[in-house]
Design a protein around this ligand. Structure first.
Ligand SMILES: Nc1nc2c(c(=O)[nH]1)N[C@H]1C(S)=C(S)[C@@H](COP(=O)(O)OP(=O)(O)OC[C@H]3O[C@@H](n4cnc5c(N)ncnc54)[C@H](O)[C@@H]3O)O[C@H]1N2
Ligand code: MOO
Ligand code: MG
Length: 399
């Protein structure tokens, strides 16, 4: 029987996302959080007409009249100036409030003080170097939409509006467990037959990058009992459970059977390379993802399938990363039976983006992931010749 496609799997996963609560969060805690309601501006930004230059504020008609302009006041940023006396100029600094009556700012490089009067060397334009109130945002304007993921610039934007806290999707607690008797932690000595646990820090970082809290359950032994105990503990403390390893067909792969014992297995195996044995279900009522143990398989399936799920759970509207067309600098002569995600590097070429692939595409070769800046997508049954167009997904959008 044909394996379920990546698109169909994603569709089914997203249809199964549970409803999730919202909470109020201070801006300092809101990076990566998903807005639970539209944000409308309560004030104009900037809230005052202000100078874009260090210089002098004046009324252009006074200057045109030709009389010498005496300096009648000094206005630093933050001051509340009085109205400009007719026939005078005000010393002013960048960001300072334009006094009533002034309509133009002359940069200090374009004028000089002769005694206590101003000599302007370059004829100014009416209104120059003034940033009017509301230039950026007008009061009442809808500025960010529900479902938007808050990144650095959004936090600055909200602060510019005077918004100190926002209603966002509740922070997810995600339990992470690494199954495998062969695993040791970095810093420990390796005995024969053992390898280091690379999935743990990688998956913890991917989870944390979504603003979720990681509940790290460490390494779990390859026995039915240890697997079941860890799954039960995870489901009791977390909102989502993620395991790595033990989801394939070997006798040492216990995850699926224990998930079925404690809840249900809803999806298993899909037409993706790497990552075929990805499992999804519920432990008790808690959503569960069983990522394949091979590190590249875990990375790719997390980015393409788990990440959109976790984003949707928190209320996000933008779930998938865009695919861009690039020109292949490689041949791909073998048509596959699973959609393949090659570790690739995209660079600018003379005629647009060009993409090369890492020579080692094994699902155990993490160096290919560290090296790449994109995944090149090879659909089922497709071959490629050098020069053909191939879709790429930039990793900076997803990891
Ligand atoms: N007879 C079959 N064997 C396998 C199949 C299959 O269809 N038939 N599928 C293969 C594919 S595809 C994948 S992917 C793997 C998935 O295996 P599991 O999810 O069961 O994972 P393990 O067997 O536990 O480990 C696989 C591999 O990854 C290493 N690993 C595991 N955890 C970690 C970790 N935390 N850090 C670093 N490396 C880890 C582990 O040592 C193994 O080398 O199954 C294939 N087999
Ligand atoms: O497809 Mo498996 O996911 O690594 O080889
Ligand atoms: Mg296995």
């Amino acid at each position: 029987m044909a394996l379920r496609s990546v698109a169909e799997t994603l569709h089914q996963l997203l249809a199964d996302v549970p409803t999730w609560g919202t909470e109020s969060r201070n801006l300092a805690q809101a990076q990566g959080a998903i807005l639970a309601a539209d944000v409308c501006a309560q004030i104009d930004v900037p809230p005052l007409d202000n100078s874009a230059m260090d210089g002098y504020a004046l009324r252009l008609s006074d200057l045109s009249a030709g009389a010498p302009l005496r300096i009648s006041q000094r206005i630093p940023a933050g001051a509340n100036p009085c109205a400009l006396q007719a026939g005078t100029a005000a010393r002013i600094f960048t960001g300072a409030s334009i006094p009533a009556g002034a309509d133009t700012v002359v940069a200090q490089e374009d004028c000089e003080l002769v005694g206590d009067t101003l000599a302007v060397n370059i004829a100014p334009r009416l209104g120059q170097h003034i940033r009017p109130r509301g230039q950026d945002i007008a009061e009442g304007q809808r500025i960010l939409l529900k479902g938007h993921r808050l990144l650095a610039a959004d936090l600055g934007l909200l602060a510019s509006l005077g918004v100190g806290s926002v209603q966002v999707g509740c922070r997810l607690r995600v339990a992470l467990m690494s199954t495998g008797d062969e695993l040791r932690e970095p810093g420990e000595m390796l005995a024969a037959g053992q390898i280091y646990n690379s999935n743990r820090p990688m998956l913890a970082a991917l989870i944390a990058s979504l603003g979720a809290e990681v509940i790290d359950l460490g390494i779990v032994a390859d026995t039915p009992q240890a697997t079941r105990d860890a799954l039960a503990r995870a489901a009791a403390t977390a909102d989502v459970v993620i395991s790595s390893g033990g989801v394939s067909v070997g006798e040492e792969d216990h995850v699926k059977a224990q998930v079925e014992a404690l809840g249900s297995l809803n999806l298993w195996k899909l037409a993706i390379k790497p990552g075929k044995p990805l499992a999804y279900g519920r432990v008790a009522e808690v959503p569960f993802f069983g990522l394949p143990g091979n590190p590249v398989s875990g990375f790719v399936t997390f980015c393409l399938l788990v990440r959109p799920y976790l984003l949707k759970m928190q209320g996000a509207t933008q779930l998938q990363s865009p695919q861009w067309a690039a020109r292949a600098l490689f041949d791909w002569p073998r048509a596959g039976t699973r959609q393949e995600y090659l570790r690739a590097r995209v660079t600018p070429g003379d005629a647009g983006m060009e993409v090369e692939i890492h020579p080692q595409q094994s699902s155990g070769a993490l160096s290919s992931v560290s090296w790449c800046n994109a995944l090149a997508v090879i659909p089922i049954g497709k071959t490629l010749s050098r020069g053909d167009s191939v879709d790429v997904i930039f990793l900076q959008d997803i990891s």
